[in-house]
Design a binder for this molecule. Sequence first.
Ligand code: PLP
Length: 489
Amino acid sequence: MSNPGVERYIAAANETAARRKADWDEMKKCKFDTCAVHGLYTMNEALNSNQGSIIEPTYMSTSQTYRDSDEMEAALSYQIPTWCYARIANPTLYYFENTMALLETYGSDIEATCVGTSSGMSAIMAATDSFLSVDPENPDAPRNFVTTCQVYGGTFQQFNIRRKEEQGIDCRWVVNSNDMDEWASKIDENTRFVYGEMPSNPGLAFFDLKKVIEIAHSKGVPVIIDNTVGTPALIRPLVLGADVVIQSVTKTLTSSGLGICGAVIARKNITSNFGSDMMKADYAMYLKALPNRDWGQNLSPMNAMMSLTDMRTLRTKVDLFSRNTEQVAEFLEGHSGVESVSYLGLKSHPLHELASEYMYLVDSEFDAQYGKKINRYGHLLSFNVAGGVANARKVFDGLQRVWRATDLGRVKSVATIPAISTHSQQGDEGREMANIPGNMIRLCVGGEHPDDIIRDLDQALSLVDGEISYKAPSEFSYGGASDSTMARK
Ligand SMILES: *Cc1c(COP(=O)(O)O)cnc(C)c1O
């Protein structure tokens, strides 16, 4: 029995939906920078709902009140736009999520939606989990997924330990991601999704995405891409045919480094042999309304707001960081203390040509400075220090401007030794498979003037012939805030 009170709210909601669709269509006429700056926060929205505030409001409230029981019923059955409770949705997240969806679909008429998550790892967890559920029609069927082995260390652990060891789901590593036969041979009727990271962190592996999508889709398997390192300013996997994109928004998208944040962005009507029609029709909204509601890995509105603020200048920042990184990479390549440099922007990189087919600075052809399509390769590079692990540690320890931190995507340059940090947990074997030697330093160049970063690297590289100095514990003490000594037990 339909309830006329509820129906009245649904009719009003349809008007809102139509207005939002019009806002989306209007934004689709704008360039990338305009989408990044405004998203779906319109003047109309500001004047009618937000006291005219020109900046999106940050709603810290845990929940929303309703006019009456009819509105509550319509809202809690997801028949009207609502945010009800901040574990499920929130108006600030709405602006953040729509900006993400606009940027990841830029330059196409693909319809996509986004759900914000508490971190990049929870985005990966959310994006993959629903594909890995037990099939109710065939509960004993084996389940597998196929993924590049060159992935972020946390992703490697999530797949290898949580999924494979703890849940018994077969994780099939693709060792050479440019061998299309390897992809094809590992995908079968029990494959729930194909996963890739390109460029990969830290190895900068890069594969021919369009070909992999073709193979996966020919077998009815969806493709999930981690676009953290590329960012939508350089590459937009959804536009190339991928079904789902995940972002560690924590990184380049929030380059100021003020908060952990993730996102799942999915096209509507994804390809998948597995899953309900409802799940496939609008995957990100499905995740938001159902599984994420129940698992609870939502994003805090404060973090959404800080990310949104950073994202407005994404394109120009990625351009600046990329240009700086190119200069630093060229310097390192010419230095005798460096065994090798891996940066997709260097002509010496074996994947330079392939990457050049994919990685363009969005809208450079409309930029007065460039006036044509130009390649940019992001701000992640890695280099191997000549002479092995001890020398790499001396160089790393000698850095005075570049921060030693397991982080990337910052406006400040940061470096790490992946083998002892981001990629320590996967062990020698896992690192060998992913080609991460102990003398590799990962460097993410930020917005400083590149001359100053080069000067710092130059003095650090000059230290390799010196003695290793061990600092006495009396010179420092630890603060009281650390809670991660568990691993030492
Ligand atoms: C950091 C990172 C993640 C994980 O993101 P968090 O926000 O730290 O949870 C996933 N993928 C890539 C490529 C990353 O660099």
